[in-house]
Design a protein around this ligand. Structure first.
Ligand SMILES: Nc1ncnc2c1ncn2[C@@H]1O[C@H](COP(=O)(O)OP(=O)(O)O)[C@@H](O)[C@H]1O
Ligand SMILES: [Mg+2]
Length: 237
């Protein structure tokens, strides 16, 4: 899929997302939200629980279409795409990191990391061994490639999740509370790994976090409040 190199990696305009509540009322979670991410940029999104951070990440990751507004990924408009087109764009452009790792416990580290390549064109699948090795090197787990997830610490599992998110060389990595289950020292090391690995690949990074120290390490920090994003005062240009 061709994308325009001069366009922002992500451009979301006037995004609205609502949920119908059990009583029948409508909850507006995103309320005309605008968000741009430039190539290679790292962005933290903070906000109180229930403010819509996960809904925003699901929207960015093409898992939920905006009810109104426009969304473009690398200059490609997503509104008119069908499910297949969206799935392909998602697989080609995005890496996902979940708080609960979502690793397959019966499989080795390298098989877990190779999962996103299973739907890739043959040319990428054939290079899987070297692609997996490269990302395991990046996160410092080359010597654990034949281990199973249960043999790893929480921090190591999270690094496997980073490697898996990067193995298809996405242009953007989306992470929902990636340090939520880690102690402060491990969290700090994880963010080191995540920043080094995404910068090495030139990928942009959007991290949802409750942790102000994690947020402070990103290029930009945005707060989700009343369905919109506002720039935090600490953000440097
Ligand atoms: N599938 C859903 N159905 C109904 N309400 C939902 C659903 N998903 C999320 N919500 C509500 O939308 C709001 C935002 O949720 P979420 O995006 O998960 O917030 P955050 O990640 O910031 O905690 C919350 O009030 C939540 O209860
Ligand atoms: Mg959430």
């Amino acid at each position: 899929m061709t994308t325009d190199a001069a366009s922002p990696v992500l451009a979301l305009r006037g995004c609205v997302q609502t949920f119908v509540q059990p009583g029948g009322g409508v909850l507006t979670v995103l309320d005309g939200l605008d968000f741009n991410v430039e190539a290679g940029q790292s962005v933290a999104i903070v906000g109180r629980s229930g403010s819509g951070k996960s809904t925003l990440l699901a929207t960015l990751g093409l898992l939920r279409s905006p009810e109104s507004g426009t969304y473009a990924v690398g200059g490609v408009a997503c509104e008119a795409m069908d499910e297949r087109g969206l799935a392909r764009l998602r697989a080609e452009r995005f890496g996902f990191i979940f708080q609960e790792y979502m690793l397959m416990n019966r499989h080795t580290v390298r098989d877990n990391v190779a999962v996103p390549l299973s739907t890739a064109p043959a040319a990428l699948w054939e290079r899987r061994e070297s692609l997996v090795k490269e990302v395991l090197d990046l996160v410092g787990l080359a010597d654990r490639s034949r281990s199973r997830p249960r043999q790893l610490s929480g921090g190591q599992k999270q690094r496997v999740a980073i490697a898996r998110a990067l193995v298809r060389q996405p242009s953007i990595v989306l992470a929902d509370e990636p340090t939520g289950a880690l102690d402060p020292g491990t969290a700090d090391a994880l963010i080191d790994n995540l920043l080094v690995a995404t910068r090495h690949q030139g990928a942009a990074l959007v991290v949802v976090t409750h942790d102000r120290e994690v947020a402070a390490r990103m290029d930009r920090e945005l707060i989700l409040v009343d369905g919109r994003l506002v720039e935090s005062s600490r953000t440097h240009p």
